[in-house]
Write a protein that binds this ligand. Structure first.
Ligand code: HEC
Length: 126
């Protein structure tokens, strides 16, 4: 009897664990255009800087660029503004631009759309 009970508990635990993993993966795979994507308050400091910090500055910060980012700096506003076309091509994996983040898959669609929105507003330093 005890043995049987243990097997059932183990089975249920595995099912629950698998269920929560699936949920996490689903969110990671399809985070894109749900209601949590803020397309209204898109500013350089509020949206673009965190996107770059979280995905790009490990290679493209001022201090890392020479060693890891092919000399391309994306830390300061003026550097980012000067490269908006290449950044857009890289994060969308379009044109002849190297796909970015390098070896890191694709950014979630919300971040890409926010970058476009910011560029379409004239890429202001706000
Ligand atoms: C692991 C390091 C690494 C990360 C992370 C990374 N890059 Fe790069 N990036 C590079 C390297 C190295 C190059 C030079 C081209 C190549 O090797 O593909 C490059 C090139 C570029 C270029 C020039 C592409 C071209 O073809 O002209 C842009 C723009 C760029 N990265 C933007 C980004 C953005 C935006 C992110 C974050 C979303 C990012 N990178 C994340 C290493 C990285």
């Amino acid at each position: 009897m005890n043995h049987k009970y243990l097997i059932i508990v183990t089975f249920v635990t595995i099912l629950l664990a698998a269920g929560s993993c699936y949920y996490d993966n689903e969110e990671a795979l399809y985070p894109s255009l749900n209601s949590s994507c803020d397309t209204t308050n898109v500013t350089f400091s509020g949206k673009i800087v965190p996107m770059l910090a979280g995905n790009c500055l490990s290679c493209h910060s001022n201090s890392m660029a020479a060693a890891a980012g092919n000399g391309i700096r994306l830390q300061d506003y003026t550097d980012v503004k000067a490269r908006t076309t290449a950044i857009a091509g890289s994060i969308k994996h379009t044109g002849t631009y190297s796909p970015m983040p390098k070896n890191g898959g694709t950014l979630n669609a919300c971040l890409i759309i926010q970058f476009d929105i910011w560029v379409n507003k004239g890429a202001p330093n706000n």
